[in-house]
Structure formats: structure tokens, C-alpha cells
Design a protein around this ligand. Structure first.
Ligand SMILES: [Zn+2]
Length: 248
């Protein structure tokens, strides 16, 4: 009996120590994510060297790898995405058969001044441009396509700002080792270091961003996918994944 009580005490002690250390680590990680977020903003404002960018991505991905180990989940990567707009599917993607995507000339390090359009614009029903869906009378929820970590985001944007992404979110998906990017939101509901699950609401569709705010631009989500190549995010076309994605 005494032996069992002793063992129980040890187990309780072990778990409380584990909880304390996870808590401490999570706190340190908030700092790591905040640091990365400021770095990403610095890229947008220009003047960052490639070596520094590689170092920063390496730092944040190592943190995520550690956190994933602590989560100790042995779930399989989800092969099928959730479509990033609630109640919509790939028919809302702009262009013909996804031809709105072109990545030639895009460089992450060029920040806000980048060329090309390494993304798909996904349009909502919003004739009067008030960011309310004409069919439902409600804002349209932006959903994370897969499980992942929010590594950077911007929750501030003013109509006179020349920043093109407006209120945006970057998510890293460790199991597929890819990043997704969601821009022009009206409001965002996550912060750097947040863990999000597939289909979780992260934002609402909006018109923030230098071009997205203009009258000639119909209300849409600007959506991209990136892989790290030599420590720098490089876009690739997510059209096939978007076509196969499940609508929530
Ligand atoms: Zn776009």
C-alpha cells in the first residue's frame, strides 16, 4: 500500500514538474515569436540581409520543432486542407483555372515592394463592399487550412498606409513543412505563437491593404503557400490543394 502511495506521489510530482517546465518554455516561446514578428515587419519595411532572414527562420522553426515534441501528438499530417473561407469553395478563386497565380519575380526579402502575385485571390459575395456576405448577412470567417503555428501577423492597418498585405497572418504547418499566408483581413483573432487547428477561425475577410482597400478591388482573401528554400520562403502554387479542400 505504502509503495503504491509512494509511486502515486512520484507520478504527481513528475507531472507537476512537466507542467511547470512547459509553462516556462511557452513563455520563452512567446518571446521568440514576438522577435520573429518584428523581424517580419522589418522585412516589409526593407533593409534586411539574407543571412539574417535565414537565421530568423531557423530560430523560429527550431522553437516550433521543440514545441511539437512537447505536444507529443502522433497525428498524421492531414492530406486534405480545409478551404480557407467558411462556406466557400474553389469556384470563388479569381481568374480562370487558377491563372491569377504567378510567382516569377517574387522575393520574400523584397518586402512590401515585391513584384508578381504568388497567390490566389478568393472573392466573397460583397457587392456594396461592406465586408458582410450578401448571402448570409455576416462577415466571412477565414479558416486555417491545416494545423499549425502562427509565426507572424499584423493587426494594425490604416487606410492611408501603403502596406499591401493589410491585416495579415503567417502560419507554419510543421507536418507538411509549409507556410500559408492570409492577407487583407478586417480583423484577426490570433497572435504570434498561437497554435491553430485545421478549420479554426483565424480572421474575418476584409479590405485592408494598399490595393485591396480601393473601390476597384472586390472584397477577397489573398492566399499564398510557401516552402523554405535555403532558409527563405519561396512561393509555390496551392491551386490543386485548394481545389480538393473540404468546405466547412
Ligand atoms: Zn492578391
Amino acid at each position: 500500500m505504502l509503495l503504491i502511495i509512494n509511486l502515486m506521489q512520484k507520478i504527481i510530482l513528475f507531472f507537476s514538474l512537466l507542467l511547470v517546465s512547459i509553462g516556462a518554455l511557452a513563455q520563452r516561446d512567446t518571446a521568440a515569436f514576438t522577435k520573429f514578428n518584428s523581424f517580419n515587419n522589418a522585412v516589409l519595411n526593407g533593409g534586411i540581409k539574407k543571412v539574417e532572414a535565414q537565421k530568423q527562420f531557423d530560430m523560429v522553426l527550431k522553437r516550433i520543432a521543440l514545441l511539437e515534441m512537447l505536444r507529443a501528438e502522433f497525428i498524421q499530417p492531414k492530406l486534405q486542407w480545409v478551404f480557407p473561407l467558411k462556406g466557400y469553395n474553389s469556384s470563388a478563386i479569381g481568374g480562370t483555372h487558377g491563372n491569377g497565380y504567378f510567382d516569377k519575380g517574387y522575393r520574400y526579402l523584397d518586402g512590401n515592394k515585391h513584384g508578381a502575385h504568388p497567390a490566389h485571390d478568393i472573392f466573397i459575395n460583397d457587392k456594396n463592399q461592406d465586408c458582410i456576405d450578401d448571402r448570409t448577412g455576416k462577415p466571412v470567417n477565414v479558416l486555417s487550412v491545416d494545423d499549425g503555428w502562427v509565426i507572424a501577423c499584423c493587426n494594425e492597418w490604416e487606410p492611408n498606409s501603403n502596406m499591401r498585405g493589410g491585416k495579415f497572418i503567417w502560419i507554419y504547418h510543421p507536418k507538411a513543412a509549409v507556410f500559408t499566408y492570409y492577407a487583407h483581413n478586417s480583423a484577426i483573432f490570433v497572435k504570434p505563437g498561437s497554435y491553430v487547428t485545421q478549420g479554426q477561425k483565424i480572421a474575418e475577410v476584409g479590405r485592408t491593404g494598399y490595393n485591396a482597400y480601393k473601390k476597384r478591388s472586390p472584397t477577397h482573401l489573398h492566399f499564398s503557400e510557401f516552402k523554405l528554400v535555403d532558409g527563405i520562403p519561396v512561393p509555390f502554387n496551392p491551386y490543386e490543394q485548394l481545389k480538393k479542400a473540404r468546405t466547412l
